[in-house]
Design a protein around this ligand. Sequence first.
Ligand SMILES: N[C@@H]1[C@@H](O)[C@H](O)[C@@H](COP(=O)(O)O)O[C@@H]1O
Length: 246
Amino acid sequence: MIELEIVPDHESASTRVAGWIVEQVRRKSASVLGLATGGTPERAYELLVEKVQAGHLSFSDVTTFNLDEYVGLSPEHPQSYHAYMRSRLFDPAGFNLEQTHLPDGMAADLQEAGQQYEALIAASGGIDLQLLGLGANGHIGFNEPGATEASRTRVVDLAGETIDANARFFASAEEVPRLALTMGIATILEARAIVLIATGESKAEAVERAVRGPVTPDMPASFLQRHPHVTFVVDEAAASLLKQRA
Ligand SMILES: N[C@@H]1[C@@H](O)[C@H](O)[C@@H](COP(=O)(O)O)O[C@@H]1O
C-alpha cells in the first residue's frame, strides 16, 4: 500500500521530505540513509544543510548509500552523482566522506562492484530510510522499464527518454553516459521505510500508474506497492491525474 501525501507545491514537498529525514536522524543518530539525486530532491538537501549549519541537526553518526551512478564518470566529473552529492549535501552538511557510499561507476569489474555495494549495505545493517525520486517513465534509481522485482545492484542501459531528460545537465545529449550502476528493485524494497518525492506535471502519469496501476516491470515504481512502509510526497501537479481519476 502506497501512502500518499499531497502538498501544494515543490517547496512544501521539499520541506516535508527534509522533515522526514530530520525525524529519522533524531530518532536514531546512527541511521543508514538511502539517498537519491536528480533535480527534485535538491531543495530538500538545501533545507537539511540549513538545519545543520544552524546547529539543529547533525549527520555525524549517519551512513549513506546512494541509489546510482553513471558508468564512466569519475567522482570529479561535475555531472557525476558523486559530485552532485558532495556539492549539494556532503560537503556543506559536514559529512566525513567515509560515511558516504555511491556505486563505483569507474570500477574495472562493474558486476563485482555491484556485488560489493550490496555487501556493504548488508554490513551496515540495511537502509533505514530510502529517499527516491521518480523518472517520468517510472524509473526509480536507474531501474528503467523492464527491471524485475528480483533485480539487485547491477549495470543497466539508460532508456532513451532518460538520456533526453538528463541531457539538460550536460552540454548535449551525446555526453550523457549510456550505462549506469544502480541499486535494484529488490535492494530498494529491503529498506525499512521509503519516501518518494515527485513534483510537477511531467510526473503525473508515472505517479498515477505507480500508485493505481498494476504492479509491472513496465512501471518500475509500481513495485513499491509491495512495500509495507512507503509514502509518496507529491505536489498538486504531480497528483493531478490521481485526483481526476479518483
Ligand atoms: N537516476 C535519477 C533518479 O534517481 C531520479 O529520481 C530521476 C528523476 O530526476 P528529476 O528529479 O531530475 O526529475 O532521474 C534520474 O535520472
